[in-house]
Structures are given as structure tokens and as C-alpha cells.
Ligand binder design. Structure first.
Ligand code: CO
Length: 208
């Protein structure tokens, strides 16, 4: 129990199954990674990046935090974006939120949760920016819409980073996408806010 043996057993079985199908899988993968996608998602245990899009190891570079927030000064998140864009040369950055997000809910409720409240201030900002759209909605509708609006806001933040701006300026093919996932049925929804140039960013910022 103390050594979490069951997880090591799971791991051994998982690796064996993959090697049975493809004996070179791990040796091939260990020599390089060339993912096309950077996934920025919520830390929620029910939203595992690779599994949702049914992709194996090596295909998705991942950053997760509570409520999939991209803060302009978050060195952790920015480092992931920079490495993904400049070194791995991913073609797509996907910001994926999810309905029923505990982080979004906590930000809406205003109860104290400790240090996390400072992180959730960013969600409260998104609420404030979009107060007109959220006014008059009931609890679940409001939560769902704020989950979506938060994803779009974070997409804008990714696009405004110097990393993405510079990539576009040098002509890199890079698109940033807004998705939301339903933990109730396992289905992804495209929020139709894919941005792949400075011009498109300006259009989307004007509309938001
Ligand atoms: Co969440």
C-alpha cells in the first residue's frame, strides 16, 4: 500500500500491451518527440488530454492548471508555450475548458478557499469583462457560459503572448483553438474561435 504497488502493476501491464502491438514503440519514441499539438487544459482528473482525443504518447504536449488559465506573467505556462512553439514547432495550440469546472464554479461563488482564491481572481476578471452576457442566466447556464467565455479569453491571452506574436511574424503556421469538453458525455465542442494570424486576433478582440 505504501509503495502504490497497484500503480506499478498497471504501468507494467500498460507498457507490455503497447510493446506487444509495436515492439519498437518506446525505443522509437525515446529518440525524439514531434507533437503537432499543445494542449492547455484544466487539472481536473476527469479531463485527461491524450485520452479525450484518443492519441498515444508522443502526440500531445500538455500544460494543465486549475481552470485552464493563461496568465500573461505565468513563467510556467509561458515556458511551455515557448518550448512548444519555438522548439517543437507545434502547429496547433488547443485551450480546452470543461463544463462543470470546479475552478470556475469556485470563482463564481465567492467562498474562501485559501491561496487558490488569488488564482481564481483571473476567472473573476473574465466574469467582469463579460458581465453583460452573464446577467440574468440561472446557475448552471451561467456556469456553462463562463466556462466557454473563459476558454475564449485564454485563447486571446495565448495569441497576445510575445511567443505566438513572434511566431506569426516569422510566418509560422500556428493556430490557436477554443474547445470545451463535457464531463457528462465525453464529447468535445469546438467554440468556433480558431485564430491563426494577427489579423484574425484583431477581429476576435474587437468582437469580445
Ligand atoms: Co476544471
Amino acid at each position: 500500500m505504501r509503495t502504490l504497488k497497484h500503480l506499478f502493476d498497471n504501468n507494467f501491464r500498460w507498457a507490455s500491451q503497447i510493446k506487444e502491438k509495436n515492439p519498437d514503440f518506446f525505443s522509437h519514441l525515446s529518440s525524439q518527440q514531434a507533437p503537432e499539438y499543445l494542449w492547455i487544459g484544466c487539472s481536473d482528473s476527469r479531463v485527461p488530454a491524450n485520452e479525450i482525443v484518443d492519441l498515444p504518447p508522443g502526440e500531445v504536449f500538455v500544460h494543465r492548471n486549475i481552470a485552464n488559465v493563461v496568465v500573461h506573467t505565468d513563467l510556467n505556462c509561458l515556458s511551455v508555450i515557448q518550448y512548444a512553439v519555438d522548439v517543437l514547432r507545434v502547429k496547433h495550440i488547443i485551450v480546452c475548458g470543461h463544463y462543470g469546472c470546479g475552478g470556475i464554479k469556485a470563482a463564481m461563488e465567492g467562498q474562501e478557499h485559501g491561496l487558490i482564491d488569488n488564482w481564481l481572481r483571473h476567472i473573476k476578471d473574465v466574469y467582469r469583462f463579460n458581465a453583460d452576457k452573464l446577467r440574468g442566466l440561472n446557475g448552471d447556464e451561467k456556469l456553462d457560459l463562463l466556462c466557454e467565455l473563459n476558454v475564449i479569453e485564454q485563447v486571446i491571452n495565448v495569441c497576445n503572448s510575445t511567443i505566438v506574436q513572434n511566431a506569426w511574424e516569422r510566418g509560422a503556421k500556428l493556430a490557436v483553438h477554443a474547445w470545451v469538453y463535457s464531463i457528462e458525455d465525453g464529447i468535445l465542442k469546438d467554440l468556433q474561435t480558431s485564430i491563426s494570424s494577427i489579423e484574425q486576433l484583431k477581429e476576435n478582440q474587437g468582437a469580445s
